[in-house]
Design a protein around this ligand. Structure first.
Ligand code: PGA
Length: 253
């Protein structure tokens, strides 16, 4: 178990992507709760939008909060297939992801769109988790740190400093590939993200939780959480099983 002396909240968030039916989600909830040991970390599950309401009911009164994977930035309108931050909040979400790399890659989301989504989330009372991360090619070309700096500033420069916002550093080459960034690589990138945020947000950047995401598993979470700037994890594949997600959550202090 990793204990940290930090002003920041530790956060373990599950990103279920396009997985699980209602029955599977209920089964997960029943299995997860008895496995969780008491600790001070915030636990979040981001399921497909169809499961927000049911999971909010299943986890009500527990340490587990619910988050949307994506929102539209308008409150309502003729946007077929989209859900607004207000609708996500109404369905039981307290958090939402903004700008996950799969949204950027497959649905063309860019820094300015992510900024609109983060602002809409805050306005609706949701805590946005703004995701950033470089591709393998960008890393190999030595562009990772510049890209992270520019992306953070493009997404957050017009947002008032707040602790009701989190960032997830997810190097694209580590997502779903089994290739986890070394704790030192993740720590260096996250420290750089925090410094880039401090340029626009000042001291408030020290209080923003920044998570690592990309092939996090029960056997690598401990080393990641031991790094001073890494405040938690956004977990895809390993969050689909209650046993492995519980083991990840229980690694927090
Ligand atoms: P992974 O996904 O843990 O399966 O690599 C992380 C994510 O995409 O958030």
């Amino acid at each position: 178990m990793t204990k940290k002396n930090t002003v920041r909240q530790q956060v373990l968030a599950a990103n279920w992507k396009m997985y699980k039916t209602l029955g599977e989600a209920r089964d997960f909830a029943l299995k997860l709760l008895p496995l969780l040991k008491e600790n001070s970390a915030q636990v979040i599950i981001c399921p497909p939008a169809t499961l927000l309401n049911e999971l909010q009911k299943q986890f009500s009164g527990s340490v587990v909060a619910i988050g949307a994977q994506n929102i539209h930035w308008e409150d309502e309108g003729a946007y077929t297939g989209e859900i607004s931050a207000l609708q996500a909040a109404d369905a039981g979400a307290a958090y939402c992801l903004a700008g996950h790399s799969e949204r950027r890659r497959y649905f063309g989301e860019t820094g300015p769109v992510v900024a609109l989504k983060a602002a809409a989330a805050l306005k609706a009372g949701l805590i946005p988790v703004v995701c950033v991360g470089e591709s393998l090619q960008e890393r190999e070309n030595g562009l990772a740190l510049t890209l992270l700096h520019d992306d953070i500033q493009a997404s957050l420069k017009d947002i008032e400093p707040t602790t009701r916002l989190m960032i997830a550093y997810e190097p694209v080459w580590a997502i779903g590939t089994g290739r986890v960034a070394t704790p030192q690589d993740a720590e260096d990138a996250i420290a750089h993200i925090r410094a880039s945020l401090a340029e626009i947000w000042g001291n408030a950047a020290q209080k923003v939780s920044i998570l690592y995401g990309g092939s996090v598993k029960p056997d690598n979470i401990g080393a990641l959480l031991a790094c001073p700037n890494i405040d938690g994890a956004l977990v895809g594949g390993a969050s689909l099983s209650a046993a492995s997600f519980a083991a990840i959550v229980n690694a927090a202090g």
